[in-house]
Design a protein around this ligand. Structure first.
Ligand code: TUI
Length: 307
């Protein structure tokens, strides 16, 4: 399946792995890239030197291109932005903000820049700023989300920009991928299904929470703080939503989720932890290798798009 995205990135399949905090570390990124997609290291809020180490470790495992996701709410984002260049990373995606101030630096260094956007306005702004492509991410996604759904966002972004569009949010099989391509996307970015991949280092409790989830088992917390986050419903989300309803302060809410994603991913605390995952979790039934995931999804999508 050749598209402008496979050409741009020099990858075999138009599949990008989400840059998920704590989850997108070098084993997963290298496995996705080795399987012919684009693996990403999620810098999230990691100390910049850890990101450098992660890039180096990934390169030991694969000669194929890997990217880094720069999370723009991170106070260290600027340092991470520079490390990406120093380490010779060729592709950057960004999330949770406007990467405008790093664009010139990255473009001058020959880095391909693919911002994740949640609106048409942001997509247009990114194209004008020199982005090579955009990821249009719908609110079906796990983690930090916007307001528009993938079904409505992707075709509107595809009409608004000339650069290639990658669809994200709610995709975990060939039907979703084919649908995204029909909406005008030239690749998909998937997160939740890669959390459950064999090569993913997340705690088995976290994987089981996704595999056991039904269609309506996720919840969006944090709307009152301006940072809505989708995760699987548990004791933490119930408590968070109760506090939000009562008009709790930002500090109280922060306290509830401090370190909670790490605790879920690393220690398997899926009761008080934050189990970020998208609405498509209900479709995911088993743990598979990255190679199986990518090959089965793209093969199914190709069959559907041809038929
Ligand atoms: O970034 C994500 N997903 C994330 S980041 C993250 S870490 C986090 N944890 C707790 C609270 C907040 C963040 C977990 N999941 N996806 C990409 C994405 N970007 N979705 C939406 C956006 C976005 C939102 C606003 C992109 C640009 C934007 O622009 C606003 C502006 O004008 O700056």
């Amino acid at each position: 399946m050749k598209t402008r995205i496979t050409e741009l990135l020099g990858i075999e399949y138009p599949v990008i792995q989400g840059g998920m905090a704590w989850v997108a570390e070098y084993h997963l990124a290298a496995a996705v890239s080795e399987a012919g997609g684009l693996g990403l290291i999620g810098a999230a809020s990691a100390p910049p030197e850890i990101v450098r180490e992660q890039i180096r470790e990934a390169k030991k495992l694969t000669d194929k291109p890997i990217g880094v996701n720069v999370m723009l709410l991170n106070p260290n984002a600027e340092e991470v932005a520079k490390i990406v260049i120093e380490e010779g990373v060729k592709v950057v995606t960004t999330g949770a903000g406007n990467p405008g101030k790093y664009m010139e630096m990255w473009k001058n260094a020959g880095v391909k820049v693919i911002p994740v956007v949640a609106s048409v306005a942001m997509a247009k702004l990114m194209e004008r700023a020199g982005a090579d492509a955009v990821v249009a991410e719908g609110m079906e996604s796990g983690g930090h989300i916007g307001e528009a759904t993938t079904m409505t966002l992707v075709p509107q972004v595809a009409d608004a920009v000339n650069i290639p569009v990658v669809a994200a949010g709610g995709i975990a099989d060939g039907r979703g991928m084919a649908a995204a391509m029909m909406l005008g996307a030239e690749a998909v970015q998937m997160g939740t299904i890669f959390v459950t991949a064999k090569e993913s280092i997340v705690h088995s409790n976290y994987k089981q929470k996704i595999i056991g989830a039904k269609d309506i088992d996720s919840e969006v917390t944090g709307r009152s703080t301006g940072h809505p986050v989708r995760s699987i419903r548990n004791k933490m989300t119930r408590e968070y939503l109760r506090l939000e309803k009562e008009g709790a302060s930002f500090e109280e809410l922060e306290h509830l989720t401090l370190g909670s994603l790490r605790n879920a991913v690393m220690d398997g605390d899926v009761v008080n932890g934050t189990v970020m995952a998208g609405q498509i979790a209900g479709l995911i039934k088993e743990e598979k290798s990255c190679k199986d995931i990518i090959e089965s999804i793209t093969a199914q999508a190709e069959r559907l798009l041809k038929g």
